[in-house]
Design a binder for this molecule. Sequence first.
Ligand SMILES: [Zn+2]
Length: 126
Amino acid sequence: MAGPTERETRAQGDLAQRLAATGFVLPGSLVTRRMRCGKANCHCHEEGAELHGPYLQWTRTVGGKTMTQLLSEDLVTRYRGWFENARQLHETLRQLEKLSAAILERDRREPSQARSRRNDNAQNSN
Ligand SMILES: [Zn+2]
């Protein structure tokens, strides 16, 4: 088994630390929307009229269904960091997957004996 190099193992450790340090994470996305209201006689129903809002809309998937809720500016201010945490968590996870996939790919292409010899050479050159 060739597996990861020392450098790759260190990189995995760094990514794992970042994952462990993640705080609360909120799923889905926040978008700002302008909308028409339910009152038929409101100006917003006229063509080209200015719509109501902006409203902050939180969209996420719950049990396979897309769920959308409006959030107050106050809530968004309080919880925006948790959305940012989720974005960073996914980015770190993508890097970890990319790193892991590259190791498997290399093992798939190279016979493991040639690989471990190259590892030894790399270690000697340090
Ligand atoms: Zn309206």
